[in-house]
Ligand binder design. Structure first.
Ligand code: PLP
Length: 435
């Protein structure tokens, strides 16, 4: 199958309004300088007649593709009936339906007993709520996060983020977080869970018992490092032994991306707190949750709040997504199968060039050695009609975040483009691909 490539842009697209009015802080738009107009399923379209296969999926916010017809219809019907759009934290039929659906389809079958806290609508809001609650409940200040972890851009979450250039934007000291080595950080022979245990058990190590240990089971922005079940269980045990809460940040790896609805399913751990956002609404609408064990629900009413905790449009599409994709096991099985297809194709590309792969489920990437080469590859992909981005400490991992609903033929077609673009970039010294 071939993908209709965008025609060579006849004229430079007019980006004057962005140059004139939008802050230079914008980033993705720089590597994809087009004006996008429509999106459906796995495709995005621009105003020059270009069509792009989307292997970025809003950084895993569009796991079910763009404008999924079932979710779109649920939202259109709700708006047409003058359903509540914004409701602070008032009881609404949309919120009740979401909570009941979440309880029936997600929590009960997994034997999980969590309270759901509607935080502000972005991922970083959920992380802030999670660490704030852990500090309140334990009376401790410190949080242990991991090398290459990414948790958001507001001060508390940013302090937990590894990336120095992101942290530098804070402008104030980011305190009370220790960044400990993630699994594999010191190579395959060093057990970093054992290192952490030794430091916490040693009263002279300088590392105090924290309020929480905050971890991604697959590091989304930090390079797709995937934790093993054994390492994750060891971290959970360390948290328990030292009176800290285990927070799994499932904002990117959850909602099916790494396999199950929660990324930690089948790994033998039950986190004390879980954060969800990105694909939770299923349609790209802002919606985040902090989930925690009922005993941890020690907030005073209103002690933590936010104007946009009641995005009822998101409740409607989220409930529709749970019913449509998660009420049986077929979707998850299909995603698992497609994840193996992705794994085989990426492993073959890596083997051809002596490279390595990372990740789990439909959250995988290939380490091409440098950000410069990775950038040349993603640019070459874009010129061929494939939207794809990078990840990792040096942006050296080309990361595939295809929609989970993509059919096998289109997944293969997109991976063909990636394969060709990698060959092309690696054929040129220093990865400077010919335009
Ligand atoms: C994206 C992300 C966040 C932050 O979410 P925002 O909606 O951008 O605030 C936090 N944690 C992880 C793991 C993420 O991938």
């Amino acid at each position: 199958m071939t993908i209709t490539q965008p025609k060579p842009t006849p004229s430079i697209p007019d980006i004057a309004i962005y140059e004139r009015r939008e802050s230079v802080v914008r980033s993705y738009a720089r590597s994809m300088p087009r004006q996008f107009t429509q999106a459906q399923g796995v495709w995005m379209r621009d105003d020059q007649g270009g069509r792009y296969l989307d292997f970025l999926s809003g950084c895993s916010t569009l796991n079910y593709g763009h404008n999924h017809p079932v979710l779109k219809q649920a939202l259109l019907d709700y708006i047409a009936a003058d359903g509540i759009a914004h409701g602070l934290d008032l009881h609404t039929d949309a919120k009740a339906d979401f909570l009941e659906t979440f309880e029936d389809i997600i929590l009960k079958p997994r034997k999980l007993d969590y309270r759901a806290m509607f935080t502000g609508p972005t991922g970083t809001n959920a992380v802030e709520a999670a660490i704030k609650l852990a500090r309140k409940v334990t009376g401790r200040e410190g949080v242990i996060a991991f090398t290459n972890g990414f948790h958001g851009m507001t001060l508390g979450a940013l302090a937990c983020t590894g990336n120095a250039s992101k942290r530098a934007g804070a402008g104030v000291p980011l305190n009370h977080v220790a960044h400990e080595p993630y699994e594999g950080y010191h190579g395959p022979d060093v057990d970093t869970a054992e290192l952490l245990e030794r430091r916490l058990a040693d009263p002279s190590s300088g590392l105090d018992a924290p309020a929480a240990i905050l971890v991604e089971t697959v590091q989304g922005e930090g390079g797709l490092n995937a934790a093993s079940p054994a390492w994750l269980r060891a971290i959970a045990e360390i948290a328990r032994r030292h009176g800290a809460l285990l927070i799994v940040d499932d904002i990117q790896a959850g909602c099916g991306r790494a396999g199950g609805f929660f990324s930690f399913e089948g790994m033998g751990v039950t986190p004390d707190i879980v954060t969800l956002a990105k694909s939770l609404s299923g349609m790209g609408l802002p919606f985040a949750l902090a989930l925690f064990r009922p005993e941890l629900d020690q907030w005073l009413p209103g002690e933590h709040n936010g104007t946009f905790r009641g995005n009822n449009h998101a409740f409607v599409t989220a409930a529709a997504a749970l019913r449509h994709f998660w009420s049986g096991g077929e979707f998850q099985a299909d995603v698992a199968r497609r994840g193996r297809l992705l794994e085989r194709r990426l492993d073959a590309m890596a083997a051809e060039h002596g490279l390595s792969t990372r990740g789990r489920g439909m959250m995988r990437g290939i380490d091409v050695g440098s950000g410069e080469i990775a950038g040349a590859i993603t640019a070459a992909c874009f010129a061929r009609g494939l939207i794809i981005e990078t990840s990792g400490a040096h942006d050296e991992i080309v990361k595939v975040l295809a929609p989970l609903i993509i059919d096998d033929a289109l997944l293969s077609a997109g991976l063909d483009i990636l394969e060709t673009s990698i060959r092309e970039a690696l054929a040129v010294p220093y990865g400077v691909a010919a335009e």
